[in-house]
Design a protein around this ligand. Structure first.
Ligand SMILES: NC(=O)c1ccc[n+]([C@@H]2O[C@H](COP(=O)([O-])OP(=O)(O)OC[C@H]3O[C@@H](n4cnc5c(N)ncnc54)[C@H](O)[C@@H]3O)[C@@H](O)[C@H]2O)c1
Length: 337
Protein backbone atom coordinates (compact mmCIF):
# COMPACT_ATOMS: atom_id res chain seq x y z
CA UNK A 1 0.00 0.00 0.00
CA UNK A 2 1.45 3.38 -1.04
CA UNK A 3 1.09 6.13 1.57
CA UNK A 4 0.44 9.41 -0.23
CA UNK A 5 0.87 13.03 0.84
CA UNK A 6 -1.28 15.53 -1.07
CA UNK A 7 0.03 19.10 -1.28
CA UNK A 8 -2.76 21.56 -2.13
CA UNK A 9 -6.40 21.05 -1.22
CA UNK A 10 -7.97 23.27 -3.90
CA UNK A 11 -10.06 22.43 -6.98
CA UNK A 12 -7.81 19.78 -8.50
CA UNK A 13 -6.48 18.60 -5.11
CA UNK A 14 -10.01 17.52 -4.22
CA UNK A 15 -10.25 15.48 -7.42
CA UNK A 16 -6.95 13.73 -6.75
CA UNK A 17 -7.84 13.04 -3.11
CA UNK A 18 -10.83 11.01 -4.26
CA UNK A 19 -8.78 9.03 -6.80
CA UNK A 20 -6.00 8.31 -4.27
CA UNK A 21 -8.52 7.19 -1.68
CA UNK A 22 -10.51 5.00 -4.09
CA UNK A 23 -7.43 3.17 -5.40
CA UNK A 24 -6.92 -0.25 -3.76
CA UNK A 25 -3.14 0.21 -3.57
CA UNK A 26 -2.90 3.80 -2.27
CA UNK A 27 -4.01 5.56 0.87
CA UNK A 28 -4.36 9.31 1.38
CA UNK A 29 -2.27 9.66 4.54
CA UNK A 30 -1.57 13.43 4.76
CA UNK A 31 -2.85 16.67 3.26
CA UNK A 32 -1.34 20.18 3.31
CA UNK A 33 -2.62 23.54 2.17
CA UNK A 34 -1.53 27.14 2.65
CA UNK A 35 -4.93 27.57 4.30
CA UNK A 36 -4.91 25.23 7.30
CA UNK A 37 -8.70 24.91 7.36
CA UNK A 38 -8.73 23.71 3.71
CA UNK A 39 -6.19 20.98 4.56
CA UNK A 40 -8.10 20.00 7.70
CA UNK A 41 -11.42 19.80 5.86
CA UNK A 42 -10.10 17.61 3.05
CA UNK A 43 -8.02 15.45 5.42
CA UNK A 44 -11.08 14.84 7.62
CA UNK A 45 -13.11 13.65 4.62
CA UNK A 46 -10.65 10.81 4.01
CA UNK A 47 -9.39 10.09 7.52
CA UNK A 48 -6.00 11.65 6.72
CA UNK A 49 -3.80 13.97 8.80
CA UNK A 50 -3.49 17.70 8.05
CA UNK A 51 0.19 18.68 8.10
CA UNK A 52 2.46 21.29 6.51
CA UNK A 53 4.00 20.64 3.07
CA UNK A 54 7.51 20.43 4.56
CA UNK A 55 6.35 17.98 7.26
CA UNK A 56 4.80 15.74 4.60
CA UNK A 57 7.89 15.87 2.39
CA UNK A 58 10.13 15.10 5.38
CA UNK A 59 8.01 12.24 6.75
CA UNK A 60 9.69 8.85 6.20
CA UNK A 61 6.28 7.14 6.23
CA UNK A 62 5.21 8.89 3.02
CA UNK A 63 6.04 7.04 -0.23
CA UNK A 64 4.91 9.60 -2.80
CA UNK A 65 3.52 13.13 -2.97
CA UNK A 66 0.95 14.58 -5.30
CA UNK A 67 1.55 18.30 -5.93
CA UNK A 68 -1.66 20.23 -6.61
CA UNK A 69 -0.53 23.67 -5.45
CA UNK A 70 -0.34 26.85 -7.60
CA UNK A 71 2.02 26.63 -10.57
CA UNK A 72 4.71 28.96 -9.17
CA UNK A 73 5.37 26.48 -6.33
CA UNK A 74 5.76 23.34 -8.48
CA UNK A 75 9.51 23.29 -9.21
CA UNK A 76 10.44 24.06 -5.59
CA UNK A 77 8.17 21.30 -4.27
CA UNK A 78 9.27 18.76 -6.90
CA UNK A 79 12.91 19.36 -5.96
CA UNK A 80 12.27 19.17 -2.23
CA UNK A 81 10.20 15.98 -2.54
CA UNK A 82 12.61 14.14 -4.83
CA UNK A 83 15.57 15.17 -2.64
CA UNK A 84 13.69 13.57 0.26
CA UNK A 85 13.35 10.35 -1.74
CA UNK A 86 9.69 10.63 -2.70
CA UNK A 87 8.09 9.71 -6.01
CA UNK A 88 6.08 12.64 -7.36
CA UNK A 89 2.99 13.27 -9.44
CA UNK A 90 2.85 17.03 -10.11
CA UNK A 91 0.11 19.00 -11.78
CA UNK A 92 0.83 20.89 -14.99
CA UNK A 93 2.66 23.06 -15.85
CA UNK A 94 6.10 22.29 -14.37
CA UNK A 95 6.66 26.00 -13.74
CA UNK A 96 5.85 29.42 -15.16
CA UNK A 97 9.53 29.85 -16.13
CA UNK A 98 11.19 27.53 -18.65
CA UNK A 99 14.63 28.21 -17.13
CA UNK A 100 13.34 27.23 -13.69
CA UNK A 101 11.75 24.08 -15.12
CA UNK A 102 15.03 23.10 -16.82
CA UNK A 103 16.92 23.59 -13.54
CA UNK A 104 14.30 21.42 -11.82
CA UNK A 105 14.79 18.73 -14.46
CA UNK A 106 18.54 18.73 -13.71
CA UNK A 107 17.96 18.46 -9.96
CA UNK A 108 15.48 15.60 -10.37
CA UNK A 109 17.83 13.70 -12.68
CA UNK A 110 20.44 13.81 -9.90
CA UNK A 111 17.91 12.47 -7.36
CA UNK A 112 16.88 9.50 -9.53
CA UNK A 113 13.29 9.73 -8.27
CA UNK A 114 10.32 9.27 -10.64
CA UNK A 115 8.35 12.45 -11.45
CA UNK A 116 5.16 12.30 -13.49
CA UNK A 117 3.40 15.42 -14.83
CA UNK A 118 -0.40 15.61 -14.72
CA UNK A 119 -1.28 15.76 -18.39
CA UNK A 120 -4.56 13.97 -17.79
CA UNK A 121 -5.77 14.14 -21.40
CA UNK A 122 -3.38 11.33 -22.32
CA UNK A 123 -5.60 9.11 -20.15
CA UNK A 124 -8.90 10.14 -21.75
CA UNK A 125 -10.42 6.98 -23.28
CA UNK A 126 -11.30 8.71 -26.58
CA UNK A 127 -7.90 10.33 -27.11
CA UNK A 128 -6.18 7.10 -26.01
CA UNK A 129 -8.10 5.06 -28.61
CA UNK A 130 -7.26 7.63 -31.29
CA UNK A 131 -3.58 7.45 -30.37
CA UNK A 132 -3.59 3.64 -30.53
CA UNK A 133 -5.29 3.73 -33.95
CA UNK A 134 -2.62 6.16 -35.23
CA UNK A 135 0.19 3.99 -33.84
CA UNK A 136 -1.06 0.78 -35.47
CA UNK A 137 -1.37 2.54 -38.83
CA UNK A 138 -5.16 2.60 -39.21
CA UNK A 139 -5.00 5.92 -41.12
CA UNK A 140 -1.61 5.38 -42.74
CA UNK A 141 0.96 8.14 -42.29
CA UNK A 142 -0.33 11.08 -40.16
CA UNK A 143 -0.35 14.36 -42.08
CA UNK A 144 -2.54 16.96 -40.33
CA UNK A 145 -3.54 17.04 -36.64
CA UNK A 146 -6.24 19.45 -35.47
CA UNK A 147 -7.00 20.01 -31.78
CA UNK A 148 -10.00 22.09 -30.71
CA UNK A 149 -9.93 23.16 -27.06
CA UNK A 150 -12.46 25.76 -25.91
CA UNK A 151 -13.31 26.47 -22.26
CA UNK A 152 -16.96 27.25 -21.49
CA UNK A 153 -16.09 30.55 -19.76
CA UNK A 154 -12.96 32.51 -18.78
CA UNK A 155 -11.48 32.03 -15.32
CA UNK A 156 -11.59 34.90 -12.80
CA UNK A 157 -9.29 37.76 -13.79
CA UNK A 158 -7.25 37.25 -10.58
CA UNK A 159 -6.45 33.74 -11.88
CA UNK A 160 -5.57 35.06 -15.36
CA UNK A 161 -3.04 37.47 -13.82
CA UNK A 162 -1.03 34.68 -12.13
CA UNK A 163 -1.64 31.89 -14.67
CA UNK A 164 1.38 32.62 -16.87
CA UNK A 165 -0.90 33.32 -19.83
CA UNK A 166 -3.15 31.23 -22.05
CA UNK A 167 -0.32 29.23 -23.63
CA UNK A 168 1.31 28.16 -20.34
CA UNK A 169 -1.95 27.59 -18.49
CA UNK A 170 -4.41 26.20 -21.05
CA UNK A 171 -2.72 25.41 -24.39
CA UNK A 172 -0.07 23.48 -22.44
CA UNK A 173 -2.52 20.53 -22.35
CA UNK A 174 -2.92 20.74 -26.13
CA UNK A 175 0.83 20.96 -26.72
CA UNK A 176 1.30 17.78 -24.70
CA UNK A 177 -1.61 16.07 -26.47
CA UNK A 178 -0.03 16.91 -29.84
CA UNK A 179 3.31 15.48 -28.65
CA UNK A 180 1.54 12.35 -27.38
CA UNK A 181 -0.38 11.73 -30.61
CA UNK A 182 2.42 12.66 -33.03
CA UNK A 183 5.05 10.84 -30.97
CA UNK A 184 7.59 13.60 -31.59
CA UNK A 185 8.15 17.31 -31.05
CA UNK A 186 7.52 19.91 -33.77
CA UNK A 187 10.42 21.91 -35.20
CA UNK A 188 8.58 25.24 -35.35
CA UNK A 189 5.71 26.94 -33.53
CA UNK A 190 3.68 29.91 -34.88
CA UNK A 191 0.84 31.56 -32.99
CA UNK A 192 -1.66 34.34 -33.27
CA UNK A 193 -3.71 35.47 -30.28
CA UNK A 194 -6.30 38.12 -29.58
CA UNK A 195 -8.52 39.12 -26.73
CA UNK A 196 -12.09 39.15 -28.00
CA UNK A 197 -13.88 37.54 -25.05
CA UNK A 198 -13.04 39.91 -22.18
CA UNK A 199 -11.17 43.26 -22.39
CA UNK A 200 -9.90 42.68 -18.84
CA UNK A 201 -7.86 39.74 -20.19
CA UNK A 202 -6.16 42.08 -22.70
CA UNK A 203 -5.55 44.60 -19.90
CA UNK A 204 -3.85 41.79 -17.92
CA UNK A 205 -1.53 41.30 -20.91
CA UNK A 206 -3.02 37.97 -21.98
CA UNK A 207 -5.02 36.60 -24.92
CA UNK A 208 -8.27 34.60 -24.75
CA UNK A 209 -8.51 33.39 -28.34
CA UNK A 210 -5.59 31.80 -30.20
CA UNK A 211 -4.48 29.58 -33.04
CA UNK A 212 -1.16 27.74 -32.94
CA UNK A 213 0.37 26.09 -36.00
CA UNK A 214 3.23 23.63 -35.65
CA UNK A 215 5.37 22.00 -38.32
CA UNK A 216 7.34 18.76 -38.06
CA UNK A 217 10.64 17.63 -39.53
CA UNK A 218 8.94 15.44 -42.17
CA UNK A 219 6.38 18.08 -43.22
CA UNK A 220 3.44 17.11 -40.97
CA UNK A 221 1.37 19.98 -39.55
CA UNK A 222 -0.60 20.38 -36.30
CA UNK A 223 -3.11 23.11 -35.51
CA UNK A 224 -4.45 24.02 -32.06
CA UNK A 225 -7.49 26.28 -31.70
CA UNK A 226 -8.19 27.77 -28.25
CA UNK A 227 -10.85 30.01 -26.79
CA UNK A 228 -11.70 30.90 -23.21
CA UNK A 229 -15.42 30.95 -24.12
CA UNK A 230 -17.73 28.48 -25.81
CA UNK A 231 -21.33 29.16 -24.76
CA UNK A 232 -22.39 25.54 -25.39
CA UNK A 233 -19.86 23.95 -22.97
CA UNK A 234 -16.36 22.49 -22.86
CA UNK A 235 -15.39 21.74 -26.46
CA UNK A 236 -12.62 19.12 -26.60
CA UNK A 237 -12.15 17.47 -29.99
CA UNK A 238 -9.24 15.94 -31.87
CA UNK A 239 -9.06 15.14 -35.57
CA UNK A 240 -6.15 13.61 -37.45
CA UNK A 241 -5.89 13.13 -41.19
CA UNK A 242 -3.51 10.54 -42.56
CA UNK A 243 -2.62 9.09 -45.94
CA UNK A 244 -5.21 6.34 -45.40
CA UNK A 245 -8.08 8.16 -43.69
CA UNK A 246 -9.34 10.32 -40.86
CA UNK A 247 -9.78 9.77 -37.12
CA UNK A 248 -11.97 11.99 -34.95
CA UNK A 249 -12.41 11.99 -31.17
CA UNK A 250 -15.66 13.82 -30.45
CA UNK A 251 -17.00 15.61 -27.40
CA UNK A 252 -18.46 13.76 -24.44
CA UNK A 253 -22.09 14.89 -24.12
CA UNK A 254 -24.21 15.36 -21.00
CA UNK A 255 -26.42 12.48 -22.17
CA UNK A 256 -26.88 10.36 -25.28
CA UNK A 257 -30.46 11.38 -26.15
CA UNK A 258 -30.98 12.80 -29.64
CA UNK A 259 -34.33 14.43 -30.37
CA UNK A 260 -35.40 14.47 -34.04
CA UNK A 261 -38.53 16.43 -34.97
CA UNK A 262 -39.80 18.54 -37.88
CA UNK A 263 -37.91 21.45 -36.29
CA UNK A 264 -34.55 19.72 -36.52
CA UNK A 265 -32.23 17.33 -34.72
CA UNK A 266 -31.03 18.23 -31.23
CA UNK A 267 -28.56 16.49 -28.94
CA UNK A 268 -27.31 17.34 -25.44
CA UNK A 269 -24.48 19.82 -24.89
CA UNK A 270 -20.89 18.78 -24.14
CA UNK A 271 -20.25 18.20 -20.43
CA UNK A 272 -19.70 21.54 -18.70
CA UNK A 273 -15.98 21.70 -17.85
CA UNK A 274 -12.84 19.72 -17.02
CA UNK A 275 -14.11 18.27 -13.74
CA UNK A 276 -17.03 16.63 -15.54
CA UNK A 277 -15.25 15.84 -18.83
CA UNK A 278 -12.03 14.36 -17.51
CA UNK A 279 -13.00 12.59 -14.28
CA UNK A 280 -12.30 9.11 -15.78
CA UNK A 281 -8.97 10.46 -17.09
CA UNK A 282 -7.86 11.73 -13.64
CA UNK A 283 -8.56 8.27 -12.21
CA UNK A 284 -6.73 6.49 -15.03
CA UNK A 285 -3.81 8.91 -14.56
CA UNK A 286 -3.56 7.94 -10.89
CA UNK A 287 -3.84 4.22 -11.78
CA UNK A 288 -0.93 4.65 -14.20
CA UNK A 289 1.21 6.45 -11.61
CA UNK A 290 0.62 3.78 -8.96
CA UNK A 291 1.34 1.00 -11.47
CA UNK A 292 4.62 2.64 -12.50
CA UNK A 293 5.76 3.12 -8.88
CA UNK A 294 4.77 -0.42 -7.86
CA UNK A 295 6.50 -2.06 -10.83
CA UNK A 296 9.48 0.31 -11.05
CA UNK A 297 8.70 1.08 -14.69
CA UNK A 298 9.05 4.57 -16.19
CA UNK A 299 6.17 6.93 -15.46
CA UNK A 300 4.05 7.40 -18.60
CA UNK A 301 4.31 11.23 -18.64
CA UNK A 302 7.80 12.41 -17.70
CA UNK A 303 9.23 15.65 -16.40
CA UNK A 304 10.89 16.00 -19.83
CA UNK A 305 7.40 15.86 -21.39
CA UNK A 306 6.36 18.68 -19.06
CA UNK A 307 9.41 20.76 -19.95
CA UNK A 308 8.84 20.19 -23.70
CA UNK A 309 5.23 21.42 -23.47
CA UNK A 310 6.40 24.46 -21.49
CA UNK A 311 9.00 25.23 -24.17
CA UNK A 312 6.24 25.11 -26.80
CA UNK A 313 4.17 27.53 -24.68
CA UNK A 314 7.20 29.83 -24.49
CA UNK A 315 7.62 29.58 -28.28
CA UNK A 316 3.94 30.43 -28.87
CA UNK A 317 4.16 33.41 -26.50
CA UNK A 318 7.21 34.73 -28.38
CA UNK A 319 5.57 34.11 -31.76
CA UNK A 320 2.47 36.14 -30.83
CA UNK A 321 4.72 39.05 -29.87
CA UNK A 322 7.02 38.89 -32.90
CA UNK A 323 4.56 37.70 -35.54
CA UNK A 324 7.16 35.17 -36.73
CA UNK A 325 7.51 31.37 -36.32
CA UNK A 326 9.83 30.24 -33.51
CA UNK A 327 12.17 27.27 -33.93
CA UNK A 328 11.75 25.00 -30.93
CA UNK A 329 15.44 24.11 -30.73
CA UNK A 330 16.23 27.81 -30.21
CA UNK A 331 14.62 27.62 -26.79
CA UNK A 332 14.63 23.95 -25.78
CA UNK A 333 18.29 23.25 -25.12
CA UNK A 334 19.27 19.70 -24.08
CA UNK A 335 19.63 19.24 -20.33
CA UNK A 336 23.30 19.14 -19.32
CA UNK A 337 24.28 15.78 -17.78
N1 LIG B 1 -4.77 18.85 -14.96
C1 LIG B 1 -5.82 19.63 -14.88
O1 LIG B 1 -6.83 19.38 -15.52
C2 LIG B 1 -5.80 20.81 -13.95
C3 LIG B 1 -7.00 21.42 -13.61
C4 LIG B 1 -6.96 22.49 -12.72
C5 LIG B 1 -5.76 22.93 -12.21
N2 LIG B 1 -4.61 22.33 -12.58
C6 LIG B 1 -3.32 22.79 -12.04
O2 LIG B 1 -3.31 22.46 -10.65
C7 LIG B 1 -2.71 23.51 -9.90
C8 LIG B 1 -3.70 23.98 -8.84
O3 LIG B 1 -4.84 24.51 -9.50
P1 LIG B 1 -6.26 24.63 -8.74
O4 LIG B 1 -7.22 25.05 -9.80
O5 LIG B 1 -6.55 23.41 -7.94
O6 LIG B 1 -5.95 25.87 -7.79
P2 LIG B 1 -6.65 26.23 -6.39
O7 LIG B 1 -6.30 27.64 -6.14
O8 LIG B 1 -8.07 25.80 -6.39
O9 LIG B 1 -5.88 25.29 -5.32
C9 LIG B 1 -4.54 25.48 -4.96
C10 LIG B 1 -4.45 25.26 -3.45
O10 LIG B 1 -3.07 25.26 -3.06
C11 LIG B 1 -2.96 25.97 -1.82
N3 LIG B 1 -1.56 26.37 -1.68
C12 LIG B 1 -0.93 27.46 -2.12
N4 LIG B 1 0.40 27.40 -1.85
C13 LIG B 1 0.60 26.21 -1.22
C14 LIG B 1 1.75 25.56 -0.68
N5 LIG B 1 2.98 26.09 -0.80
N6 LIG B 1 1.59 24.35 -0.07
C15 LIG B 1 0.36 23.78 0.04
N7 LIG B 1 -0.77 24.37 -0.46
C16 LIG B 1 -0.64 25.56 -1.08
C17 LIG B 1 -3.97 27.09 -1.92
O11 LIG B 1 -4.36 27.58 -0.65
C18 LIG B 1 -5.13 26.37 -2.64
O12 LIG B 1 -6.05 25.76 -1.73
C19 LIG B 1 -2.28 24.58 -10.92
O13 LIG B 1 -0.92 24.41 -11.21
C20 LIG B 1 -3.11 24.29 -12.14
O14 LIG B 1 -2.46 24.62 -13.37
C21 LIG B 1 -4.61 21.27 -13.42
Amino acid sequence: MLRIGLLGAGRIGNVHAQAISDHPESILAMVSDALTESAEKLAATYGAEARSSSEIIGDPGIDAVLIATPTDTHSDLIEAATLAGKAVLCEKPVDLSLDRALACQNAVAASGQPVMIGFNRRFDPGFGSLKTAVDVGEIGAPELLSITSFDPAPPPIEYVKVSGGLFRDMTIHDFDLANFIMGELPVSVSAVGTSTVDPAIAEAGDVDTAVVTMTYADGKIAVIKNSRRAVYGYDQRVEILGSGGLLQAQNVLENTVVKSTAAGVISAKPTYFFLERYMPAYRAEWDAFVAAIKTGSEVPVTLADGVAALAMAEAATRSVRSGAPVQLDEILKPVAK
